[in-house]
Ligand binder design. Structure first.
Ligand code: PBG
Ligand code: ZN
Length: 305
């Protein structure tokens, strides 16, 4: 009766990696317990997690081909666009969040367009807007830009509005640190930059005031929900943002955080279920309303008995 924080399945978002093809459910080597899913298999998964009370999923697409300008990220029959259409036709209340970025779709695997070895921020914005519009058109319910270009939230907001998608909210990866905890994801999506790193656009791990400025800017530009990523090493940031802005906050409990627990539990060093409950409670207690976590399905399954 005196418990202040309870994590319920309705607080959670389950990530999925969608691939082209049929009948594919292949375990991801760098993310044990997570799978590459073709659209037909994704539907089964989603129906199952809906019965556990999870309201939302976030989709990451794995295109067949990468190019220089990320065309496969915004074409009508791209993997995410097909997945959204199919999910919309076959589910009733599911909330579909789609990650908007270029790094999974371009040969250099940076989140922005690269010209002469430099990330060209402003030339990237129209492409991100194209991706966002194509997702909304296909049925995505929430657009989640993860690229970290400056000014993208305002640019995407205007573009969505101009195309009649003024009711589609934006979940901004506002505070995305240049973390070493994304490695398993980068293996999974094959999106580790071929040269340089992401420190010119992702945030310096030692900064906390900058996080508040990023959030203030994104809210001004039209972000409906702001995200902090990773989650566990940045609970102080989640707390400060919630205190300062009283905005909807989402935390991304990322791939590196997932595999640390998975491998320790594989070695029987920790009790996985108890640890997962503890960390999700901590993330929520810090001030996060929504938690994106690869543990969503397992936690919710346990929760719903
Ligand atoms: C792509 C993207 C990344 C993650 C989510 N979207 C990787 C990156 O920025 O390099 C990381 C998710 C995770 O580690 O679970 N921009
Ligand atoms: Zn990216």
């Amino acid at each position: 009766m005196v418990k202040e924080t309870n994590v319920s399945p309705k607080d959670l978002v389950m990530p999925y990696f969608v691939v082209e093809g049929k009948n594919i459910r292949k375990e991801i080597q760098s993310l044990p317990g997570q799978f590459y899913l073709s659209i037909d298999k994704l539907i089964n998964e989603v129906k199952e997690i809906e019965t556990f009370g999870i309201p939302a999923i976030i989709l990451f697409g794995i295109p067949d081909k990468k190019d220089n300008l990320g065309e496969n990220a915004y074409k009508d029959d791209g993997i995410i666009q097909k997945a959204c259409r199919h999910l919309k036709e076959n589910t009733k209340n599911l909330v579909i969040i789609t990650d908007v970025c270029l790094c999974g779709y371009t040969k250099n695997r940076h989140c922005g367009i690269v010209k002469e070895g430099k990330i060209v921020n402003d030339e990237t914005l129209p492409i991100l807007a194209k991706i966002a519009i194509s997702h909304a058109k296909a049925g995505s319910d929430i657009i989640a830009p993860s690229d970290m270009m400056d000014g993208r939230i305002g640019y995407i907001r205007r573009a969505l509005d101009d195309c009649g998608y003024e009711n589609i909210p934006i979940l901004s990866y506002s505070v995305k640190y240049a973390s070493s905890l994304y490695t398993p994801f980068r293996y999974a999506v094959d999106c580790a930059p071929t040269s340089g790193d992401k420190t010119t656009y992702q945030m310096d791990i030692s900064n906390s005031n900058e996080a508040l400025r990023e959030v203030a800017q994104d809210i001004k530009e039209g972000a409906d929900i702001v995200m902090v990523k990773p989650a566990l090493p940045y609970l102080d940031i989640i707390y400060r943002i919630k205190e300062e802005f009283k905005w909807s906050v989402c935390a991304f409990n990322v791939s590196g955080e997932y595999v640390m627990i998975k491998s320790a539990s594989y070695m029987n060093f920790i009790d996985e279920k108890k640890v997962v409950k503890e960390i999700l409670t901590a993330i929520k207690r810090a001030g996060s309303d929504i938690i994106i976590t690869y543990f969503a399905k397992e936690y919710a399954k346990e929760f719903s008995g």
